[in-house]
Design a protein around this ligand. Structure first.
Ligand code: CP
Length: 340
């Protein structure tokens, strides 16, 4: 069993923790509680209470990373396949570290070096992996819905580690953990998300999560990179960076995803930086305790200046650190808790 972190919480407009068996005096994982869905494909798969349960569990999991021997037996005997068809540094590494810290047997499959390079379809790859009876499959793919396809074909639990322009639920969860640690609340926060909105799975997952927990979300970018359904998502859209920055509690910059662009969405990267790039000068309109977030990988000098990325308001590496704990929590709650 894992000892929990101290149970202290801040007052908030909305509940900050799920309550139940994961907080307070009881060791964090003594009262197992799982997630309702078999898979984690979208933030929409989670109720607000389940989101908070994951964040609470992640807080407990962080303690494991401070031990001399960073390992617990929670997922001993479970096999997890990390199926990454798209480049990744943070997500792939943190899933693998999370799996190892929970004592799962892990293996990594990438497009290069697998039979995908010989033309095998995603469905056939998944069916062949499923035949070897993994317990969980973590999927990253350039196509929206890849995780849903894998989940339909697999008895194994599937975690979406980013599917094209659709969703990246564990990124939004680690972002939420970082915001909760820094701000102590979600209700009433102004979270401004600035950058390439159109191509961003991080935006979609964050909007679903932040709206579910009561934050106000403002999305800012060039008109050519806006989503058409911002209002339906409950998001205020603007092309003015000054408006987005004004009184923001949290500013999340999004990468310009040139690899997903077909055509020209703005004249040049230099012009993009001049109009939308986050600089120390532009930050002056934000709240004095604003935090700067970026899911990575960053394009320095495009969506964010180095002085901001490395500056005093940046929590970008805290996000990365929280990625391990959040993925441990998701793996545990999907695979471990339901079978304890
Ligand atoms: N944030 C994120 O998904 O980063 P990677 O592409 O490096 O995994």
């Amino acid at each position: 069993m894992l000892p929990t972190t101290d149970g202290a919480r801040h007052d908030a407009d909305v509940p900050l923790s799920a309550g139940g068996g994961l907080r307070g005096a009881s060791p964090a994982l003594e009262t197992p509680a799982g997630l309702r869905a078999k898979d984690l494909l979208s933030i929409d798969d989670l109720s607000p209470d389940e989101i908070l349960l994951i964040l609470d569990t992640a807080e407990a999991m962080k303690e494991v990373g401070t031990r001399t021997i960073k390992k617990v037996p929670t997922l001993r005997g479970k096999t997890v396949v990390n199926l990454f068809f798209e480049a990744s540094t943070r997500t792939r590494t943190s899933f693998e570290i999370a799996e190892k810290r929970l004592s799962a047997d892990t293996l990594n499959v990438s497009a290069a070096g697998s039979s995908v390079a010989k033309g095998e379809s995603l469905a056939d790859t998944v069916l062949n992996l499923e035949a070897m009876a993994p317990d969980m499959v973590v999927v990253r793919h350039a196509s929206a819905g890849a995780g849903h396809l894998a989940a339909r074909l697999c008895r194994a639990r599937v975690i979406n580690a980013g599917d094209g322009m659709h969703e990246h639920p564990t990124q939004a969860l680690l972002d939420a953990l970082t915001i909760r640690e820094r701000k102590g609340r979600f209700g009433g926060l102004k979270v401004s998300i600035i950058g390439d909105l159109l191509h961003s799975r991080v935006l979609r997952s964050n909007v679903l999560l932040l709206r579910a927990l009561g934050a106000e979300v403002c999305a800012c970018g060039p008109a050519t990179l806006m989503l058409s359904d911002m209002a339906r998502l409950g998001v205020r859209a603007t092309t003015s960076v000054d408006e987005a920055v004004e009184d923001a509690d949290v500013i999340m910059l999004l990468r310009i995803q040139l690899e997903r662009m077909r055509g020209y969405f703005f004249p040049s990267l230099r012009e993009y930086f001049q109009i939308f790039g986050m600089t120390a000068e532009r930050l002056r309109g934000a709240k004095p305790d604003v935090i700067i977030m970026h899911p990575g990988p960053m394009n320095r000098g495009v969506e964010i200046a180095s002085e901001v990325a490395d500056g005093p308001y940046s929590v970008i590496l805290e996000q990365v650190a929280n990625g391990v704990a959040v993925r441990m929590a998701v793996l545990y709650l999907l695979a471990g808790a339901q079978e304890d």
